[in-house]
Design a protein around this ligand. Structure first.
Ligand code: ATP
Ligand code: MG
Length: 356
């Protein structure tokens, strides 16, 4: 994103419809967004996150004004989606960042927390990490009930608060030994959320967390946080060692659920799917047998579009697939995935009728 931050993204009608999961006449879509005709000099309508929010509001029989009012007084915590996988390199960051982007493009207000010292999510959103950024580790180590000044930590990625980032920094790794010796370390991420409840519930509809591979005190604290959602997102490749890593994650979850005294189910996303390859079909069969009803009804195909997301030589030019290649097959599957997650993790907005 070589343009200056924050950016004001927009999507064309076909992408807007994919994000909404609807088939609508272009003219009706335009009217739902609040426009009667194309803006001067524009050949096709472009929808900003606020337009998408307006469309969804009107489709849900409420109004953008009513939603705005409800947001200002909201005290409900945002939905929480934590991404975890013990194995590295399977696509956690790619999935989490694209999910955050897709939800933000749909008009949800997203806070993405990069909880991995590798800072790949931070880089994927075009933020350089050569110099120090205040990071989530500082917030995890704090105690007390006094809310933090989160503005010191947040980098706005999209305008108008649709996508905010708490970036990572290599220094975040030093939070791990500090948490090991601390008391109540598993509850630290939840404490951070509850301490900042007023700010978070007013500004966000969903909090997404990208974590490290492996099991570290920081990733355990965020896994514990997932009890608020009752589930945790995990990303797998249909490949042998990954399935065993999933069993290891399930073991870790069993321990954390006991502590939280609340269930934390797996919501499994199959990534890098290469349909038709024999070993893939075989492993997929094992997966569905071992984790019935836990596999999300969408897969992300293997696609080279993903490898273009981070430009190591020019980080500010990095960006997630759905901004870089919005018409690609990969992007299309990610729009569908974002809708599945919104439904599975109960991502809603103030002023919309609560889901059953
Ligand atoms: N669907 C996909 N098709 C092809 N390549 C992919 C896909 N998803 C991710 N990748 C690639 O796989 C590599 C690892 O992706 P990513 O960094 O998102 O994984 P990760 O699980 O977050 O890794 P880490 O464990 O290091 O945090 C990257 O090069 C990414 O471009
Ligand atoms: Mg990662």
């Amino acid at each position: 994103m070589s343009t200056s931050m924050p950016i004001e993204p927009n999507v064309k009608a076909s992408v807007a419809l994919s994000l909404l999961g609807l088939e609508l006449d272009n003219r009706r879509l335009m009217r739902l967004s609040g426009s009667e005709k194309l803006p001067e000099g524009q050949r096709q309508m472009k929808y900003k996150p606020q337009d998408m929010l307006n469309i969804r509001a009107r489709l849900a029989n409420t109004t953008p004004e009513a939603v705005k009012k409800a947001m200002a007084v909201n005290t409900e915590l945002p939905a929480v989606v934590v991404t975890r996988m013990t194995k590295g390199g399977i696509g956690k960051t790619s999935i989490t960042v694209n999910l955050g982007t897709a939800l933000a493009l749909s008009g949800y207000r997203v806070l993405l927390i990069d909880a991995d010292p590798q800072a790949s999510a931070t880089n994927m959103l075009g933020i350089e990490t050569e110099t120090y950024h205040p990071h989530i580790g500082t917030l995890l180590l704090k105690g007390g009930d006094k809310p933090d000044d989160l503005r010191e930590f947040i980098i706005p990625i999209f305008k108008d608060g649709f996508l905010d980032l708490i970036p990572s920094d290599v220094e975040l790794d030093s939070t791990n030994p500090a948490l090991i010796v601390g008391m109540g370390r598993e509850q630290k991420a939840e404490e951070f959320v509850l301490r900042n409840r007023a700010f978070l519930s007013k500004h966000y509809d969903v909090i997404l967390v990208d974590t490290t591979p492996g099991t570290t005190p920081v990733s355990v604290a965020f896994t514990y946080l997932a009890h608020l959602a009752g589930k945790i997102l995990t990303v797998v490749e249909p490949e042998g060692s990954c399935l065993r890593a999933l069993d290891a994650l399930q073991f870790n979850l069993d321990e954390i659920q006991k502590l939280a005294k609340r269930p934390i189910d797996l919501a499994i996303l199959v990534n890098k799917a290469q349909i038709g390859r024999k070993h893939v079909e075989h492993n997929y069969a094992i997966l569905t047998k071992s984790y019935p009803n836990r596999i999300l009804p969408v897969q992300i195909p293997h696609s080279i579009a993903f490898t273009r997301q981070i430009d190591a030589d020019d980080v500010p030019a990095s960006m997630p697939v759905i901004l870089k290649d919005p018409n690609s097959k990969a992007a299309e599957s990610l729009y569908q995935f974002a809708r599945v997650i919104a439904s599975e993790f109960n991502v809603t907005q103030p002023g919309f009728a609560a889901k059953a």
